[in-house]
Design a protein around this ligand. Structure first.
Ligand code: PRT
Length: 109
């Protein structure tokens, strides 16, 4: 797993024990899954808008910023449900060398 993702996952695990007043992540856990999902949805929309806005521009910094927000909140969601980035990376690993079209065809049989 990327060092950044594993370091962040470690911090997110530690924040499950932290106080909501001192940690943004702890405050999300305290508010519960619905609040976390609301944030993921919000960040998803902001990412889509940033992608549309920057498609003809050299400057893609807003898209990078919004995607980081989306990845971060998705990691908080996974952590809340007892999962981590390694679970998703393992699934992506499993898909290596499996054509998306072949996979789709196998599901439609
Ligand atoms: N990577 C992040 C990260 N990315 C974004 N954010 C926060 O996510 C929030 C994004 O929400 P919005 O942009 O919608 O801002 P907002 O209007 O304040 O949010 P709401 O009040 O609507 O919930 C902001 O408060 C950002 O600061 C993050 N907060 C924390 N981290 C990482 O998580 C670690 C633990 O953070 P704490 O739990 O705060 O210590 C940090 O050290 C960082 O590594």
């Amino acid at each position: 797993m990327s060092d950044t993702l594993s370091r962040l996952a470690e911090v997110l695990e530690q924040r499950k024990q932290a106080g909501a007043e001192s940690s943004y992540v702890a405050s999300l856990h305290a508010k519960g899954l619905n609040k976390i999902l609301e944030k993921v949805g919000e960040e998803c929309t902001e990412t889509l808008l940033a992608a549309k806005d920057c498609q003809h521009s050299e400057d893609k910094s807003e898209l990078i910023y919004e995607t980081a927000d989306l990845w971060f909140h998705s990691l908080v969601m996974l952590s809340h449900l007892g999962l981590g980035p390694d679970d998703v990376l393992k699934e992506l690993e499993r898909r290596f060398d499996l054509s998306g079209l072949a996979e789709k065809a196998s599901r439609q049989k």
